[in-house]
Write a protein that binds this ligand. Sequence first.
Ligand code: HEM
Ligand code: CU
Length: 636
Amino acid sequence: MSAIASATPAGQARVQRLERIWAERPGLVGWLTTTDHKRIGLLYLFASLVFFAAGGVEALLVRTQLAAPNQHVLGPAAYDETFTMHGITMIFLFVIPITTGAFGNYLLPLMIGARDMAFPRLNALSFWLFAGSGLFLYMSMIVGQAPSAGWFNYVPLASRAYSPDKGIDFYSYGLIFNAIASTAASVNFIVTIFKLRAPGMSLNRMPLFCYAFLAVSFSLLFALPFLSVALILLELDRQLGFHFYDAAAGGDPLLWQHLFWLFGHPEVYIIILPAFGFATSIIPTFVRRRMVAFPLVALAELLVGFLGFGVWAHHMFAVGLSTSTTTYFAAASLIIVIPSAIQIFAWITTILTGLPRFTTPLLFIIGFILFFLLGGLTGIMFAAIPFDQQLTDTYFVVAHFHFVIFGAAVFPILGGLFYWFPKVTGRLYHERTGQISFWITFVGTLLTFFPMHILGLLGMPRRDYTYPSGLGWGGFNLLETIGAYVLTAGLLLIVGNLLYSLRRGAPAGNDPWSGATLEWSTTSPPPAYNFPVIPVVSSAYAMWDEDDRRADAARLNRGELVLERGHETVASTVQDGDWDEVLTMPSESPWPITLAIAVTAMFAMLLLEHFVTAGVFGGVALLALLGWHTTEPQES
Ligand code: HEM
Ligand SMILES: [Cu+2]
């Protein structure tokens, strides 16, 4: 039972005071100026789903073009733009913002018993900058100059000589811009996880979901600078005639590849790590037991993020690096098998030794484990240097990374949408339809991506806009395209189910699944202040410690740790999670969105080569920062 439901009149009065203190402005202005992590999470959710739809339409266009030999749905130039925008969209505008921005923002403070993120206004700024970078990147399509050098944008193709229009500049500025948003978000997560955990939540009692997000945040923080530097050097080459990547003038195109993959490989773990966090949240709930090997799984999550920084050149086995170099990178890549296998064995053992209820979220997690295994096994094959040299740039690669990226990263996202839907909306989705949609997306995924392995072995190159008949590729390609439409049907059924349930679903109550973590202790949807009383925790499965939750309710009535005197939350010590101090949290503010608009205008002007106007908007951004600073409540 929730603390509010069992509150005495004194407790009720405290709850009402919290309601008044934490109320935000209603309507549109409220959404534009919000600093509530839940509303920011929802903004991220809607925005990233819109981009998922755009990236999905691009994927369908690509697949329709390839359905048969010699098709003309897309010409060669449009094809290049479409797969490039598909890759950029899915990675930078869908998976990262939906995992960290939407799920992370909404759930992390709830799971650790906090009332908001550590820096609520920075959080709002992250969202508006992300939205600005997405619009900016899509402007390229509207003006007909989309980037077309693929998502990893190799030079010399991306140099001014071979890509003279503005497509590559949209890419460079858009991603520098996007990186600012993600950097701010990751700093926010790290501080929130280290400092805002509920009293009693020492590091070893922190839910595994939080370990996954800690690993993601550190990876983002250290990986993004490589990308930003690579992009700044590229723009210096393109705009001002520098020669960083220009072999003819003593530069080196391989510098781009090193910098890009120093970012790009950690990036693939950034994409997959949240999936590990979702799996370790969903499995214990639906098999009714704690995770097997908790400390090992926590370490494995951190280790995956760390090892991801030492393997980048496995993307460069075919460029002529020395044998000792490639051998090192092959060996280092194989080491990743260890933390991955620890997790796979832990998930499977937990499921096998528990009492599984095969509801929709658990089905998606089981699909995830299967696809992760398949994508992982082909990954191991690629670590064998001669195998990679033979198959790089074929459809075998496209098969490999879609099993990881779609099967293993997106399936848990879909499972997570179902799992936390009752918490966010207060209603239950339709279970039977959910299970049917799982099977359709599962079959669709296999049908779309499995035959790509065979096509790769048959020699079909990736990124070619068409292929001649008579090579025996037509049948598999047709099968894949049918698969892509089946997959789309499954995704649409999920959307339909959730939209319908939003209005018609049965009331969910606080905790429909008997979940293990603290988000289930509060009402659905949670109130603006999250918890009427800051919980005190004694294990990583806080909701299963019923005495603790009863003690919370009693403390509400006594007025302990209610913090009803202001916009406040508790800060705790980094390691042991002991009570440290009470923090005053900022509330809604117009500055983040103002600053984001100024920064967006600045990047637009940089693109148009109006450098002076760009400088002016940069000045406006500084003024907005100044305004932000002077209206910030000061420490007393
Ligand atoms: C919705 C189902 C999806 C379908 C049907 C699909 C289909 C495709 C196809 C056919 C290509 C290869 C284009 C070519 O080489 O000619 C491709 C490339 C790619 N896809 Fe997907 N995809 C899907 C989802 C995703 C997701 C969810 C992600 C990432 C999170 C993703 C990331 C990429 C990337 C990075 C590329 C490489 C682009 C490049 O070569 O620069 N895709 N996709
Ligand atoms: Cu890699």
